[in-house]
Design a binder for this molecule. Structure first.
Ligand SMILES: Cc1ncc(COP(=O)(O)O)c(C=O)c1O
Length: 444
């Protein structure tokens, strides 16, 4: 088989480094078909079992490849994929990544058992512990954040838990509990309303037998933030474990894990930190680890005691680490530290979010959640009267901006504007101007 010495390893490295959605895969083939040499090499190598061994036996080729080549190809992927000039992202995850992050992720691979990785791993963990204000262990799962939902249930709930549900992701936590045969009590305020301390107090009085409470800090599907500090206080006053889904809040707004007594607090790389998907980040308390001891049928991959063992032995992760994502996280945390620390970063989110919400109001639209509980990272916007939310989303794509569609029960009524990740200030002005145009075209 004749094969391009350059393109085939390049394509294989892209396949390994990106979350390959079907569109990306089709795209890779589309790009491949532009070069006759590639047409002969790529599909065959992807079809045969030689693929991975060939790729791994070509480190020198990969190593000597100019990184700009990857860059160009990645950006052209976006062009071909959308059929338009690159869209500016105001998504709710994955979000646009910081240039520093992409740079760090473009490095050659090395072993997750090497001293180089171990240094990177523990440096990243230390930075995250400081960010989350915790003395607890922080584990870096080679999964997305949902892995920590699974882990919390498997390790820390024998029979019963209470799930606070403000939307689709709270509902997911409850589903994970049920999927593992746990009895799940649900506290669900009307959609768009927060869980309040009073509601939680009542629910815990009604269900004193639950072992743990799961709370979605920032419900991405409806753009709502819950008053976590107060809710955590209620949970602790009842002596229960508390699991916090901070997937779309960690990094963008304050979370004091130890002060607030959070037992498992987790997030995903592809949200506020502006890193590609593939990393679950979570802190785990001593109490949660104690509960994991002797938990029956907790499986292997998400066994928190196993993660603790490798962590304590200075070996990082029990299985292969998502090295590029960890390098990306490390770069994001260094970038934040270098520009003024987390206070600066929280302020950036607040500024962007305020600007977006004021802009939305300026074009005559309103946001969905109860006033005072609007998310600092995602604005869930009511579509104009008589206009389906997906139409606004589509119109904005036509103008060069990728927002997010409404989610779950709100799919038709709303659209969402994320302010996570890499968003230059001037892009917000341009996006709001385009939104004004879209609204006057759709609802004249
Ligand atoms: C609040 C919340 N929880 C959980 C998830 C799931 O995260 P992941 O896809 O990283 O597992 C998301 C994803 O958007 C989310 O916004």
């Amino acid at each position: 088989m004749e094969r391009s010495p350059f393109i085939t390893p390049l394509f294989l490295s892209l396949l390994r480094k990106t979350t390959v959605e079907s569109g990306h895969l089709a795209l890779l083939f589309a790009v491949a078909s532009c070069t006759s040499r590639v047409v002969r090499g790529l599909p065959a190598s992807l079809r045969t079992s030689r693929t991975s061994s060939e790729a791994s036996s070509s480190p020198s080729l990969l190593g000597s490849m100019p990184r700009i080549g990857i860059r160009k190809l990645l950006s052209s992927m976006a062009v071909i994929q959308t059929g338009e000039p690159i869209l500016k992202l105001f998504t709710v995850g994955p979000v646009a990544c910081y240039p520093e992050v992409l740079e760090a992720m473009g490095e050659q691979m090395y072993s997750h058992r090497s001293p180089e990785y171990i240094k990177l791993h523990y440096d990243t963990v230390e930075r995250l512990r400081e960010y989350m204000e915790t003395g607890n262990d922080v584990y870096l799962f080679s999964s997305t954040g949902t892995g920590f939902m699974e882990a919390s249930v498997l390790n820390c709930v024998r029979e019963r838990m209470l799930c606070c549900v403000n939307g689709s992701f709270g509902e997911r936590f409850a589903e994970v509990g049920r999927a593992h045969g746990r009895r799940v009590e649900v506290l669900e305020p009307p959609l768009g309303n927060p869980v309040t301390s009073g509601m939680l107090e009542d629910a815990l009085k009604e269900h004193p037998e639950v072992e743990a409470v799961a709370i979605t800090h920032n419900e991405t599907s409806v753009g709502l933030i819950n008053p976590l500090k107060e809710l955590a206080g209620v949970v602790k006053s009842h002596g229960k474990l508390i699991f916090v889904d901070a997937v779309s809040s960690m990094g963008g707004t304050e979370i004091k894990v130890d002060d607030w007594g959070i037992d498992v607090c987790f997030s995903s790389s592809q949200k506020c930190f502006g890193v590609p998907p593939g990393l679950g980040i979570g802190s785990v308390s001593e109490e949660a680890l104690k509960k994991s001891e002797g938990a029956p049928n907790k499986g292997w991959y998400f066994d928190l005691k196993l993660w603790q063992k490798y962590h304590d032995q200075g070996r990082g992760t029990p299985m292969t680490s998502a090295i590029p994502q960890v390098a990306g996280m490390n770069a994001a945390l260094r970038m934040i530290a270098g520009r003024g620390g987390k206070g600066w970063y929280f302020g950036l989110f607040k500024r962007r979010n305020t600007k977006i919400r004021e802009g939305v109001e300026g074009v005559g639209l309103s946001t969905y959640p109860e006033e005072g509980y609007e998310s600092p990272t995602v604005s869930c916007v009511n579509a104009p009267e008589g206009v389906p939310g997906p139409e606004v989303y589509k119109a904005m794509r036509g103008k060069g901006f990728e927002l997010a569609q409404g989610y779950g029960a709100l799919k038709d009524k709303t659209f969402r504007i994320g302010n996570m990740g890499y968003i230059p200030d001037e892009d917000i002005d341009m996006m709001l101007e385009a939104l004004g145009e879209a609204v006057s075209e759709l609802a004249p």
